[in-house]
Design a protein around this ligand. Structure first.
Ligand code: HEC
Ligand code: HEC
Length: 335
């Protein structure tokens, strides 16, 4: 080992022995991914191209807003501190930014599941008038005439030709590598020597009993659309916007809770600024909304019974889902 690092330090690359870098790996405690990697194999050059695009404001009409603006790494690739995300000309969006993480395990995207192919997700923010307000065709034209992109497309795809399919697939390649599976919780469940404090451990037990029916499994979502009893505000009808089914009104996708301590504010409209406020909601604030989930309305009892101590313990547990390795990995950073 020492010999090898000296060799590297001396500037020689041991090409015969070096393993190609693995950009995507299924963590041992995760299920099989849902993304079709065969149709878009991740390569180093594809990753680099996708990352450059993700952080480049050239994708917006006036060159002011990149994807990374609303999906910032230290905040779990969400829009730090914004209830509703802000886009071009400081226009206010209608929803809270979602984390860009572990997307290989999702097959439906956005709070209402309105897009069902990761490769098509970027079209929405690019063309949304309150986000990047640009036409896809203009983006491709700007990339074709830019000094850096034709060569990057050539490295990634073997030719300088820039098409929307290549553009979108490169963005997916970068986003797919954003895997968060190295939190203290992960190391604890994988028996990697991590321990939980008594409060965290009690919080995990409560979480499994009272939250995991919806925030299920290692991704902390059962991928369904539900109404969790937050008071109806504004005119965002959620899932029924996609299905046109009244039974889906006010239902939103159950979000993952990985890195939740840094992805606030919370809920589809960012109405709660702290995890304490979220727990207070489940314990005391659940409203009798149309389509309220039955799990939150049992035997005439609304909400989830939780003492103040139990709420504190659940919050302590939720903090163990923060993955500093992921949030600080320079490979995913802008610079
Ligand atoms: C102005 C802020 C803003 C910009 C710019 C932006 N996004 Fe988003 N992003 C959001 C919001 C808000 C949502 C949730 C939208 C919804 O549910 O309707 C979201 C959702 C997503 C999701 C879905 C995550 C999930 O789990 O469903 C992905 C992926 C994503 N954005 C990628 C991108 C990419 C790639 C770009 C650049 C092309 C981009 N975003 C630009 C605000 C933004
Ligand atoms: C009946 C299903 C259900 C149960 C049970 C449930 N949740 Fe949720 N949770 C949801 C849904 C749906 C949302 C998104 C609601 C929205 O934005 O309108 C959500 C949102 C959240 C959020 C906000 C995440 C974010 O990124 O904005 C947190 C935190 C959360 N839940 C924690 C918990 C905890 C802790 C428990 C147990 C005390 C719990 N939930 C129980 C369905 C559920």
């Amino acid at each position: 080992m020492i010999g090898l690092s000296l060799w590297l330090a001396a500037g020689c690359t041991p090409t015969d022995t070096a393993e190609p870098e693995v950009l995507f790996k299924v963590p041992a405690n995760f299920p099989e991914p849902l993304y079709n990697f065969e149709a878009n194999p991740i390569t180093n050059d594809g990753f680099e191209l996708g990352k450059a695009l993700f952080y480049d404001p050239i994708l917006s009409r006036d060159g002011s807003i990149s994807c990374g603006e609303c999906h910032s790494q230290p905040s779990g690739f969400t829009h730090h501190g914004h209830d509703l995300s802000h886009g071009i000309d400081n226009r206010k969006g209608t929803r809270n930014s979602l984390p860009v993480q572990n997307l290989a395990w999702e097959s439906e995207f956005f709070w209402d599941g309105g897009v069902i192919d990761l490769d098509r997700v970027p079209i929405a923010p690019i063309e949304n008038p309150v986000e990047m307000d640009e036409k896809g065709t203009n983006v491709l034209e700007k990339l074709r005439t830019s000094p850096r992109y034709p060569a990057m497309f050539k490295r990634a795809y073997g030719s300088e030709e820039i098409t929307s399919a290549k553009f979108l697939k490169a963005l997916s390649q970068f986003m797919l590598t954003l895997v968060s599976a190295d939190s203290r919780y992960d190391k604890f469940v994988r028996n990697e020597g991590e321990t939980l404090t008594p409060d965290e451990s009690a919080g995990l037990t409560i979480f499994k009993q009272k939250c995991a029916s919806c925030h299920a499994g290692e991704l902390f979502t059962d991928r369904s659309y539900r109404n969790n009893g937050i008071a109806i505000q504004g005119d965002d009808e959620g899932r029924s916007r996609i299905t046109a089914n009244e039974a889906d009104r006010n239902k939103f996708r159950v979000p993952s809770l990985r890195n939740v301590a840094v992805t606030g504010p919370y809920m589809h409209d960012g109405r709660f600024y702290t995890l304490d406020a979220v727990l207070d909601h489940y314990a005391e604030g659940v409203q009798d909304t149309p389509n309220l989930d039955l799990l939150l309305n049992q035997n005439g009892q609304r909400g989830i019974a939780l003492t103040k101590d139990e709420r504190r313990q659940v919050v302590a547990f939720l903090h163990t889902l923060t993955d500093d390795t992921f949030l600080k990995n320079r490979k995913f950073s802008q610079n």
